[in-house]
Design a protein around this ligand. Structure first.
Ligand code: CA
Length: 223
């Protein structure tokens, strides 16, 4: 999924249309505000970013993306009508992965978008011990969970439960499975232990508490 932030409707639509024709999922945004809202719901694999935007410009957006751990590694390609050396240098300095001056050919756009997605795949492969769900970023080696930029002070077991749910993302786990997966013991009827830990875990995740779903009568899941 590629997010396209471009205020000029005709260009935005053309980009989205071109990418979708090439079987690349894309969503367009005309300004930074809806872009940030969407990003909180779902992280894209890559971002195409215009520089001249109303309110928040592309440089500001890029700075923020790079500053937050959850979005720091999302590949970004800058699109700039100005095509000036300044935009290019500034963009790459701020951490853009590629730069495409406008006007651009549609074949070139598609080729560059694909290369951006390959970069995203490579990142994912090297980040198997990192997870990002909505506004939550988790690093296993650093034993760090960050919810919308705020580190969550999790206990050892809370962190283990979170990792266990993340590694089984999309699967509903029963309390028994969580017990044996996290505590390494057969379930002994103390399912409340799991519930209590999930409750405190959610509290500590603050705005990210909703990522852990309760599946009534079955268990818990992170979608
Ligand atoms: Ca523009």
């Amino acid at each position: 999924m590629i997010y396209v932030l471009e205020d000029e409707a005709s260009i935005r639509k053309l980009i989205v249309y071109t990418l979708e024709n090439a079987q690349i999922e894309a969503v367009g945004f005309e300004s930074a505000k809806p872009f940030w809202s969407a990003l909180r719901e779902r992280l894209p694999d890559a971002v195409l970013l215009d520089i001249m935007l109303p309110e928040e410009d592309g440089f500001e957006v890029l700075k923020k993306l790079r500053a937050a751990s959850a979005t720091a590694k999302i590949p970004v390609m800058i699109l700039s009508a100005k095509g000036t050396e300044f935009d290019k240098v500034m963009g790459l300095d701020l951490g853009a992965d590629d730069y495409l001056p406008k006007p651009f050919g549609l074949m070139e756009l598609t080729a560059r978008a694909r290369s951006l997605l390959r970069r995203a795949d490579a990142n994912t492969a090297s980040r198997s011990d990192e997870f990002t769900v909505g506004g939550l970023y988790v690093s296993v080696p650093r034993r760090q969970a960050i919810a919308y930029g705020e580190p969550a002070a999790l206990t050892y077991k809370e962190f283990e439960i979170l990792i266990y749910l993340l590694k089984n993302r999309g699967i509903v786990l029963t309390r028994e499975q969580i017990m044996s997966g996290v505590w390494g013991m057969d379930y002994d009827g103390e399912s409340r232990t799991v519930d209590v830990h999930i409750r405190t875990l959610r509290q500590k995740l603050g705005r990210c508490e909703d990522i852990i779903e309760t599946v009534r009568g079955v268990g818990y899941r992170i979608s």
